[in-house]
Structure formats: C-alpha cells, structure tokens
Ligand binder design. Structure first.
Ligand code: NDP
Ligand code: 2IT
Length: 445
C-alpha cells in the first residue's frame, strides 16, 4: 500500500470531503506497516474495498412545523462495512451534518466496533435537521418522517442505528414507534431504547463511563489514578454527562464544561446537583452552557472560548470533531496535562495529536476510548435476542471488561520499543486486522 497514492486518488474522487479524508489518512498511516507485511491484503485490495462504503442511502425528510410551515431536510444512512456483523452506528441530527461527516463517522465506526470484541459492522446516519428550539411535537414529526424512509433499509440482523449528537432517548422513542408501526414488529432494531421497551440499563451512561474506565487504564500504566486529579471536559451532552458522573465517582474533579457559546470554569468542581443541572440544560434545547454560570456561585463563563486553556491534569474532549487544535494542545502540554482521552469522535486535529505524542502524553483516540457506548449497544442487542434483561451491575461489569480488553489490544499493537504506548496505532491495527481477515475469508464481495 502506498498511502499518498491512495489518498490522492480518494481526494480526486471525493473532493472537499475533509473529515472523511482526515479519518482515512489517520488509519492508513497507522496500518501501513502491518498491511505491507501481509501480501494477501494487497492482492485482495482490502484497503481499496474498505475505504468506500458498501452503500449510501440518501433521502429527503419533509415535515411540518407547529405553525403549519413545511420544511425539507436531508436524511442519510452510510452502511460502511458488515464483514463482522450487522451494520451498527449512531444517527446524528445537527445542522452541520453532511456526507463527509457521516462517512468519517461510519469509517471510524468499523474499527471501533471491531475493537469492542462484539459482532458489529460499521455505519452512521443522520440529518442536517436542527433540533434546537423545536417543540416535542416537531421533533416527533421529524423523526417519523425520517423513519418513513429509513425503515426499509434497517433490521435487527441488517442494520441497527442508535443515538449520537442530537439523538437521545426521546428521538429513539419516536423513531422506534414509527418503525414498529410500519413493520408490525417489536424487535431490537434500534439501541438506546427506553428501559420498559427493550433498552439496556447503563446504555445512557455507557459512553462517558467507558471513556473514564479507559482513562483509568491508561493512567494505571504509569502508576497513576483519577483520584485527586483535575479534569477539563468539553461539551455538556450525553457523553460529557456520563464522563463527569464517573470522574466524580472515581475521586477526580471536573472543572469545565463547554457549549458552542463558550466554556464554564467551576473551580469547586461539577458534582452532585450540578450534574443533574447539566441534564436540565440539555433538555432545555437552548444550545448554550452559559446559564450554568449564573446558577452556581464562583463559576466563570468564558464566551467564545474553549476549555483547553485551563490548567488541568486530564482533558476529556466530549463535544464534536476537530474541537481541539494545535494551539489548544500546546496550551494543555504547557500546563502540565498528562492524559487526553477522546470522548467525542475525532475531537483532536492531527496536529494536536502529534503534539501530545511528541511530548509523551497519554493520548487515546475516540475509536478506542468512546467504544463503551456502542459496546453497550451491542449488549442491548444481545439482551434483545435473548429476550432477557441484565441488571445494572452485570452490564457495567461487562462494559468495564470490554474497556479493559480494548486497552489491552491497544497496548499489544501500539507499544513502542521505548515503552511509549501509541494508542492511535494500537487501536487502528487491532480494529483493522479483525475486519481485514473476515473480508479475506469471505472473498471479493
Ligand atoms: P449530544 O447531542 O448529547 O451532545 C453534544 C455536545 O457537543 C453538546 O454539548 C453540543 O452542544 C456540543 N456540540 C455539538 N456540535 C457542536 C459544534 N459544532 N461546536 C461546538 N459544540 C458542539 O451528543 P453526544 O454527547 O451523544 O455526542 C458527543 C460526541 O460523542 C460526538 O462526537 C459523538 O459522535 C460522540 N459519541 C457519542 C456516543 C453516544 O453514545 N452518544 C458514542 C460515542 C461517541 P449543542 O448541542 O448545544 O450544540
Ligand atoms: O459514535 C458512536 O459510537 C455512537 N454514536 C454510538 C453508536 C451505537 O450504535 O451505539
């Protein structure tokens, strides 16, 4: 494999798909050696087949707002690869959604899902719909219209969507309701379902919990733990909430949260009822984190800024892609940060990652660190298949075990001769090998 040649051909074929090309380059650069050591990969053109999605489904989503006005959004499902299991991955509703973003997320999902050790292929979908400021009834009508197209392409053994930015329990409920109506089936076709109708305990918390379990594993390689550490978290959504909750449980202190409007600095720490307040903020559909600063004493609000300028031991970017750049990375390094663990998908730019690695920080990519979300989705699928549900402790201990396994795989394939663990390489190689061998076994299809 010649990375530059493949990248230049892909760039020609998909001009302007910046995020997708960024994600592909990162994977290719890390697997290059392993790939070239196995000539059968090259002769089966594994990479050429892996970088293009199996199919992209695109459709329009017309819906009517509360005033009676008609809107038309774009809807997508990118079914990337199902070599090791049914397509699996979230749905994102955010005005920034486009094919490049969904292809990057779907591509990443292949390797992430492979790392979980569960049988799940990679996919992603969503819409450029903006849920901000929309009523419940509007969200419901939008979800119903979205599912009126999507339902014919998904199924418990075909493709199992879930949540992502802008899609949480409420949206999954409306989507599932329409799927059930259209098919007259009650099956495990979506994950993140309500607990009374097929959902799994711990799924809402799983991504954030998993990120913190993973960070603990990383810290342990240096004889450290979260106890007494200060932590910067970005975002204030589902992943951030789970992460903040678990950091508190393990004795750390979260001092920042952020939204598109800026970040809050809470030197006392986001804990107790302040964590519940995060949920209220999210539910208000306002798109801002600023109200937190007026709600609690001693909290600063920094308008239009990102939390990476604060002096912390650990950084957990949990908002969105490319939200932490080289300048932010320099500032974290300068302030003595020792560990950066990605809760969001690809929140750190390639330049930022390089700075962390050059300076010897512990750095974990989202496809390893945030895999607890989809892993617990996989556990939800298992429970649905068995028509049983596990208790909280059972799901949580399986999640901890999975995060431990992912960490071990990263060490196995990412440990350098000097002992430094390149988690990016480890995650990409481990995730890739399983999928590549499955593709070899199945022939050219
Ligand atoms: P939520 O919608 O619950 O929260 C997203 C957070 O990011 C919000 O605080 C949101 O603020 C902020 N945000 C979104 N877009 C932007 C933007 N363009 N600029 C700045 N801030 C932004 O989503 P999740 O917590 O579920 O997802 C967060 C990240 O974690 C995403 O990268 C997602 O792909 C990833 N992830 C999610 C998993 C899950 O299980 N939910 C699993 C694994 C990864 P606002 O909404 O106000 O814009
Ligand atoms: O990015 C992700 O892994 C998710 N949004 C969760 C996907 C899932 O199927 O649970």
């Amino acid at each position: 494999m010649n990375v530059e040649k493949i990248m230049s051909e892909l760039t020609k074929k998909h001009p302007g798909e910046v995020e997708y090309l960024q994600a592909v380059r990162e994977v290719l650069e890390s697997i290059e050696d392993v790939y070239n050591e196995n000539p059968q990969f090259e002769s089966a053109r594994i990479i050429e087949r892996l970088v293009e999605p199996d199919r992209i489904i695109a459709f329009k989503v017309p819906w009517v707002d509360d005033e009676g006005d008609v809107h038309v959004n774009l809807g997508y499902r990118v079914q990337f690869n199902n070599a090791i299991g049914p397509y699996k991955g979230g749905l994102r509703f955010h005005p920034s959604v486009n094919l490049s973003i969904l292809k990057f997320l779907g591509f990443e999902q292949i390797f992430k899902n492979s790392l979980t050790t569960l049988p799940m292929g990679g996919a992603k979908g969503g819409s450029d719909f903006n849920p901000k400021g929309r009523s419940n009834a509007e969200i419901m009508r939008f979800c119903q219209s979205f599912m009126l197209e999507l339902w014919r392409h998904i199924g418990p053994e075909i493709d199992v969507p879930a949540g992502d930015i802008g899609v949480g329990g409420r949206e999954i409920g409306y989507l599932y309701g329409m799927y059930k109506k259209l098919t007259t089936e009650h099956t495990g076709v979506l994950t993140g379902k309500g607990i009374n109708w097929g959902g799994s305990l711990i799924r809402p918390e799983a991504t954030g919990f998993g990120v913190v379990y993973f960070a603990s594993e990383m810290l342990a390689t240096r004889g450290e733990s979260l106890k007494g550490k200060t932590v910067a978290v970005s975002g204030f959504g589902n992943v951030a909430w789970g992460a903040v909750t678990k950091v508190n449980e393990l004795g750390g202190k979260v001092v920042t949260l952020s939204g598109p409007d800026g970040y809050i600095y809470d030197p006392e720490g986001v804990s107790g009822k302040k964590i519940d307040y995060m949920l209220e903020l999210r539910a208000s559909n306002q798109d801002i984190v600023k109200p937190y600063a007026s709600e609690f004493e001693g909290v600063e609000f920094h308008e239009g800024k990102r939390p990476w300028e604060v002096k912390v031991d650990i950084a957990l970017p949990c908002a969105t892609q490319n939200e932490l750049d080289a300048r932010d990375a320099e500032s974290l390094v300068k302030n003595g940060c020792i560990c950066v663990c990605e809760g969001a998908n690809m929140p750190c730019t390639p330049e930022a990652v390089e700075i962390f690695q050059k300076n010897g920080l512990l750095f974990a990519p989202g496809k390893a660190a945030n895999a607890g979300g989809v892993a617990t989705s996989g556990l939800e699928m298992s429970q649905n298949s068995m028509k049983l549900s596990w208790g909280r402790e059972e799901v949580d201990s399986r999640l901890r075990e999975i995060m431990h396994n992912i960490h071990e795989q990263c060490v196995k394939y990412g440990k350098k001769p000097d002992g430094y663990i390149d988690y990016v390489k480890g995650a990409n190689v481990a995730g890739f090998l399983k999928v590549a061998h499955a593709m070899l076994d199945m022939g050219v299809v």
